[in-house]
Design a protein around this ligand. Structure first.
Ligand code: CO
Length: 313
């Protein structure tokens, strides 16, 4: 099939969103995601699902404009109020993001699933991908990790109320501001941290950018009690799969097994991992702090060109 020159970012490995040029100044950005509930409150679930779906648009520096609901729901056996609450949460989050909902589609299913398909725009020459990390860059992470481990604890009714609120607030928060500031300051590369964990997405950035990345394991922001739960073996199944997948291309050094479990913990609605020169990294973190994002910090650096690997220190 002939390549369309307007297809700027396609279905190649681990791209966050698809990008298609419409004109010299506007390109479409498309992404879709939906999943089963990870928290008990349907309203919170709706908000998390939307924040998560929008994240891929923010990861490329795009501005989301329109969304379509995707809903699976057991209409015959479950209270429809639950569905209403999910959609209300989703709508509130879309409003916060300034995104218009156009409608959507629902199917009857034994299991609840919810998310949105999102259309956004970005300048065809200014979007950011995981291919752009450059030697000498620093890596800034904008949200703490550990949502998979805490969600597993929550499911097992082991999580206290305060930590659960922390977890939900983190997953609900939009990557909007981080994305806008990244574009304002200027970044070389970016990806959002989701199902493959910090290590998986970082490795993919290293491979796509053809560089070696060093991660500072003691600098990585982690949600409260994550280490404790990971020590008790309360980790989601996906984490171990991520570890098996990355292992060969990661030099773990002295990193302990529990920290490794946290590094590969699958994230829902995780933060942005932004690659940019040192001076810009400082400015970005400063600006993020001003907006109330206190977690953003430098978690790694980009070393020499290579076929893509990670060194943990
Ligand atoms: Co993504």
């Amino acid at each position: 099939m002939p390549e369309d020159p307007n297809l700027l970012l396609g279905s190649e490995d681990w791209a966050d969103a698809g990008i298609y040029r419409l004109s010299d100044t506007i390109a479409l950005v498309e992404s879709v995601d939906f999943f089963t509930p990870i928290v008990d409150d349907p309203y919170d679930f709706g908000k998390i699902a939307v924040a998560n779906s929008l994240s891929d648009i923010y990861a490329v520096g795009g501005k989301p404009l329109l969304a379509l609901n995707i809903v699976c729901f057991p209409v015959k056996t479950m209270d429809k109020m639950i569905l209403k609450e999910i959609l209300r949460g989703g709508l509130d989050k879309l409003k916060e993001a300034g995104v218009i909902i156009l409608g959507g589609h629902s199917v009857e299913d034994s299991e609840i699933k919810y998310g949105v398909a999102v259309t956004g725009i970005v300048h065809p020459e200014k979007f950011v991908t995981n291919r752009g990390a450059k030697r000498g860059d620093l890596l800034v992470l904008t949200k703490p990790i550990g949502t998979g481990i805490l969600s597993t604890a929550l499911k097992g009714k082991k999580l206290d109320k305060e930590t659960a609120r922390y977890l939900i607030d983190t997953m609900e928060s939009l990557n909007k501001k981080a994305s806008e500031l990244m574009m304002e300051v200027g970044a070389n590369g970016c990806t959002d941290i989701t199902g493959f964990g910090l290590l998986g997405h970082c490795l993919e950035m290293a491979r796509a950018s053809k560089v070696t990345i060093r991660l500072f394991t003691d600098k990585i922001p982690i949600l409260p009690k994550v280490y404790d739960f990971a020590s008790m073996g309360i980790i989601p199944g996906g984490g171990r799969r991520n570890l098996n997948y990355c292992e060969k291309l990661v030099e773990v050094g002295n990193t302990d097994a529990i920290t490794l479990d946290i590094l590969v913990d699958p994230q829902t609605s995780g933060g942005l991992l932004i690659s940019l020169p040192e001076e810009k990294a400082e400015v970005l973190i400063e600006k993020l702090k001003e907006t109330g994002n206190t977690y953003s910090t430098v978690v790694g650096e980009v070393l020499e060109e290579s076929s893509g690997k990670i060194i943990l220190i």
